[in-house]
Design a binder for this molecule. Structure first.
Ligand code: C2E
Ligand code: MG
Ligand code: MG
Length: 643
């Protein structure tokens, strides 16, 4: 009875379209895509072999060799499909290391295949799988059932594998990946009872089509500019790898001069440059057989994720990438110079979670450029990233449980030869992490908005102190309070500050507000208005951390500052004669503008003397006193007054 092979033709057309569209959609890099492409290719070969075999059978006796070849190809390749699908699932779940560790799983995968290959090897002599009868008609052999058993074993393995790792998939992916099994089983049953209906390959093709639509979606994983994996794919893959405890080495490549190149080249040309870099990296990956997964996370950040089989090549690859990036390339008659930070992170040993991996990757750009390959093992401070991750909760807890406290650091007046003021510095003692530096929690509080509550707390505490009897005995002129950028941008800032001063009966001249140089260099109208209003209300202002940012001198001169605080990094430049000239002339310039100077953080007694000689009025250094709690501060000043 003639077989109905239209289903095979349909399958062939769908598979061809899938193969072409997968290539056109650039789903060709990485293991997952490789296995999907392999499945499509193997399915096409199977369908072709099936059609060929059926046609030969219908031609009647003869063509013995061709029939044997066609049937062997069909049966053998067809039997590989479930195994290949399992490998695709392993790639999807990124669980190679686990599969590799389990001897049982490897046996379940290999034994059926070995038996089948052995069966086909002896088939020409023993006819155990299939043979051609006296009419040269295809007939099943005594051990044909072996093929069904193999498919069944691999299918059960695949189903268990998907269910075991279901947490790694969204519902959509889970159902799509599972769908191929019931489809295949149904087709096998149909074909078993109605052998004329050749539907097995059609069923598998439907499954692959569904997977292609639901799982193999380039818009979810591929960066359209570079063709590499995109940020969301990186995050998903890394999360999965961390959840599986999979060891991997990540080579981070950050083009540090990305924004300069962007400004210089513009959108289209910059995209071409990024494409070129991506191609260079992909070429290197291929040529050296590293088989790393490549990603582009945006803003000049590329990632190579090397798995454990190629760990020994990681160092060499990073060095090659470094050399490649340092060489730069020619683009439109221009020699493009790529300044890139390259760093190897051994995960999960060095860095154990995705958020920390991303944050560390971004912070790399703040490191000084050395031209050498960097190592997360040396640079990564676990505690810091744990704190950063937990920061919102830490701040909330500190505000609720009153864990913030104010320390005071006395400021020495060179002319008056006494401590004439002090700076209020916030301290946070967390029950879990211990002391946390304000340099860590203030930027976080600025991001999550808690800075406004914190700022109000500092002001209240200081005003309460200033209003107290014990403060009066200290004979201080004022207390300096730090204002953050976010506070300076608020339109009700002046009203809020004056309200608190009023509440404690503190006069405006009893406090001094510090604004950092970086904050002052924002040309925000709100900031200008706030500073002018505070000044008009009688509050004096200091420019903090001078010498650390890129201040526009013209703007600074136009803002109503009374004091400039020279930052410790600016004043500790004894060994650089040119910077010494800049420093001396800066001091002259500030004095000519009638502003006073506070020198912060100089290290030695000699330097204290040197800056006093340069007519800097005030000195705030550990040499005199570190920031100390209020009671200690009171005792310290009282002791000094009595001398
Ligand atoms: P800042 O306002 O420039 O404060 C001076 C910093 O220099 C303080 O660090 C102080 O302990 C440190 N310092 C003083 N003398 C020396 C010295 O001789 N050697 C060295 N190496 N360091 C010295 P601290 O307390 O860790 O504060 C860091 C920054 O956190 C402050 O820099 C300020 O920008 C910010 N901050 C602190 N408290 C507050 C606050 O209440 N509000 C806001 N918005 N920011 C604050
Ligand atoms: Mg300050
Ligand atoms: Mg400062």
């Amino acid at each position: 009875m003639a077989k109905i092979i239209y289903f095979d033709y349909c399958a062939l057309i769908i598979l061809a379209i899938l193969l072409i569209s997968t290539v056109f959609r650039k789903m060709i890099r990485g293991r997952v895509n490789h296995y999907f492409l392999a499945m499509l290719t193997i399915s096409i070969i199977t369908v072709l072999a099936d059609i060929w075999a059926i046609h030969l059978d219908e031609m009647g006796p003869g063509n013995v060799t061709a029939k044997c070849i066609a049937h062997t190809i069909y049966l053998l390749v067809h039997n590989f499909t479930p195994l290949l699908y399992i490998l695709y699932l392993v790639a999807q779940t990124d669980t190679w290391h686990k599969l590799n560790q389990s001897r049982f799983q490897k046996l379940v995968l290999c034994v059926p295949m070995v038996l089948i290959i052995g069966g086909f090897a002896v088939n020409p002599f023993r006819h155990i799988i299939f043979y051609l009868d006296e009419n040269d008609y295809y007939t099943r052999g005594s051990h044909f059932l072996l093929l069904y058993v193999s498919v069944l074993v691999h299918s059960i393995f695949g189903i268990i594998y998907i269910i075991r790792y279901r947490k790694l998939f969204s519902k959509r992916r889970f159902s799509a990946l599972l769908s191929i099994f019931p489809l295949m089983m149904a087709a096998v049953v149909v074909q078993f009872f109605y052998s004329r209906l050749v539907v097995e390959m059609f069923a598998i093709t439907c499954g692959l089509l569904y997977i292609s639509m639901m799982v193999q979606r380039p818009e979810e994983v591929i960066d359209t500019v570079t063709g590499l994996g995109k940020l969301s794919a990186y995050v998903t893959d890394m999360k999965r790898a961390f959840a599986n405890g999979k060891p991997m080495k990540v080579i981070m490549i950050n083009v540090a001069n990305y924004s300069i190149l962007w400004d210089m080249l513009g959108y289209d040309s910059m995209n071409e440059v990024l494409c070129k870099i991506a191609d260079m990296l992909a070429d290197l990956n291929r040529k050296h057989g590293v088989e790393a997964e490549l990603y582009y996370l945006g803003v000049g950040k590329f990632r190579f994720v090397v798995d454990y089989r190629h760990f020994d090549q990681t160092e060499e690859t990073a060095q090659l990438v470094n050399a490649l990036m340092k060489r730069g390339f020619r683009y439109n008659q221009m020699e493009l110079n790529l300044v890139s930070h390259i760093c190897i992170a051994d995960c999960p040993k060095d860095i154990g979670d995705v958020d920390a991996l991303l944050a560390f990757g971004s912070d790399l750009n703040t490191k000084a450029y050395t031209g050498e390959v960097l190592y997360a093992a040396k640079l990564y401070k676990k505690e810091y990233y744990n704190i950063m991750k937990d920061m919102d909760r830490i701040i909330e807890r500190a505000l609720a449980d009153h864990k913030f406290s104010i320390y005071y650091q006395p400021i020495y007046s060179v002319n008056e030869k006494r401590f004439h003021s002090a700076e209020a510095l916030l301290r946070l003692q967390d029950e879990k992490y211990g002391f946390i530096s304000p340099e860590v929690f203030i930027p976080a509080a600025e991001k999550n908005g808690a800075i406004h509550k914190i700022g109000a707390f500092v002001l209240e505490e200081v005003c309460q102190f200033i209003a107290s009897e014990e403060y009066k005995a200290l004979q201080l002129d004022y207390i300096e309070i730090n204002l953050s950028v976010a506070q300076c941008m608020r339109n009700d800032l002046t009203g809020q500050i004056l309200g608190i001063l009023n509440k404690y009966q503190v006069r405006p001249e009893q406090i001094n507000l510090e604004v950092t140089e970086t904050a002052a260099s924002y040309s925000q109208k709100m900031m200008m208005e706030n500073l002018n209003a505070l000044n008009a209300a009688g509050i004096s202002l200091s420019l903090d951390d001078f010498g650390t940012g890129y201040s526009n001198m013209r703007r600074i001169a136009s803002l109503p500052f009374h004091i400039i605080k020279l930052d410790k990094s600016f004043v500790n430049e004894e060994d650089n004669p040119r910077l010494q000239i800049v420093l001396k002339n800066t001091i002259k310039m500030i004095k000519a503008m009638n502003m006073k100077i506070v020198v912060e953080g100089i290290e030695t007694e000699d330097m204290v003397k040197q800056f006093s000689d340069l007519q800097c009025e005030y000195i705030q250094v550990y040499y005199y006193s570190k920031p100390i709690p209020k009671e200690e501060f009171i005792a310290f000043l009282k002791q000094n007054l009595s001398h």
